[in-house]
Ligand binder design. Structure first.
Ligand SMILES: C[S@@+](CC[C@H](N)C(=O)[O-])C[C@H]1O[C@@H](n2cnc3c(N)ncnc32)[C@H](O)[C@@H]1O
Length: 293
């Protein structure tokens, strides 16, 4: 673990969020997050996978699940390096990767926006780890500078909220009761999960960061949002845009939480399957781009 990393001023609040309350939530809901995101990750990796022997960077790697997967994919002649600004994420990733016994994986605490990579990568991947930078052009330029000529960036990001109806519905329910508070003691998570939903915006970010051959592939896939309806209500009140508003209000809104939970139960009931699991349509972009040759 490095002694001190440099975090750009505008990313400090988001770092506090990811290293604090969002870390705790990520751990609590880890299984459902991983299960739900897996189809999006699988689809993006199936089209443009890393090759055996590749040196891979995993951006905003969180608990390192995808980093370990990438290390296995590239095999012992390759290597996967996961970076994340949240120290607690990386501590967990390091411990868990050590338990797997694989030795072609490494991790570092790093704000990608301030990091000049001292390794060269053939491939950079991210599962939902690139939407929270205050300045995505600066961060993705650092990634591009770390890529070998012709190296590939492959990142999965949310498409628009309207095509992720469960989140739209949850947000609408919460908005009936609450706007985002102007003041909060709780740190915000940065630009937020939908900051790369617009295809033109993402394309421009990547062009300005120096990439070529920019492509966005729409991935419409099912997304499990709960083992049952109660779990889905809790999950949507813990993570996502509706949850973020509740989190910012904190215990000031404890009284209305049961009413919000009731409304959410009704709003998400359509997505309950015959087996009782809650599965909703969802939509992401698999964004690929290359460092110039
Ligand atoms: C939605 S989570 C995704 C985590 C992981 N990729 C996964 O799929 O489980 C976003 C991650 O981006 C990280 N992150 C946010 N801003 C960052 C920055 N400036 N530099 C590096 N990582 C950052 C957060 O700490 C968090 O772990």
């Amino acid at each position: 673990m490095p002694d001190a990393i440099r975090i750009v001023e505008d990313n400090i609040e988001a770092t506090e969020a990811w290293n604090g309350p969002l870390f705790d939530i990520w751990i609590e809901y880890r299984d459902i997050v991983a299960e739900s995101l897996q189809p999006h990750e699988d689809a993006a990796l199936a089209v443009t996978p890393p090759q055996e022997g590749d040196r891979v960077l995993d951006i905003g790697c969180g608990l390192g699940d995808t980093t370990v997967r990438l290390a296995r994919t590239v095999g012992p002649t390759g290597h996967a390096h996961g970076v994340d600004v949240a120290e607690r994420m990386i501590e967990t990733a390091v411990d868990e990767a050590a338990e797997t016994g694989i030795d072609n994986v490494s991790f570092a605490v790093s704000d990608v926006e301030t990091t000049r990579f001292d390794q060269v990568f053939d491939y950079a991947f991210s599962r939902m780890g690139t939407m929270f930078f205050a300045n995505p052009v600066a961060a993705l330029r650092n990634v591009r500078e770390g890529l070998a000529p012709g190296g590939l960036l492959n990142m999965v990001v949310w498409r628009r909220k309207l095509d992720n109806e469960f989140m739209h519905r949850a947000e609408t329910v919460v908005a009936e009761y609450l706007d985002e508070p102007e003041e909060s003691d709780v740190p915000r998570c940065g630009p937020g999960p939908f900051s790369m939903a617009n295809a033109d915006t993402v394309t421009d970010i990547l062009k300005h960061a120096g990439y070529e051959d920019i492509r966005l592939a729409r991935q419409d896939l099912r997304y499990k949002i709960g083992h049952d309806l109660e779990h889905a209500v809790r999950f949507n009140m813990a993570l996502g845009p509706a949850a973020e508003v509740l989190r910012l209000w904190g215990d000031r809104v404890d009284e209305i939480r049961p009413k919000i939970a009731d409304d959410l139960r009704k709003a998400l009931a359509d997505f309950v399957t015959d087996g009782g699991e809650v599965v909703a349509p969802s939509s992401t972009w698999a964004v690929t781009a290359r460092a110039p040759r």
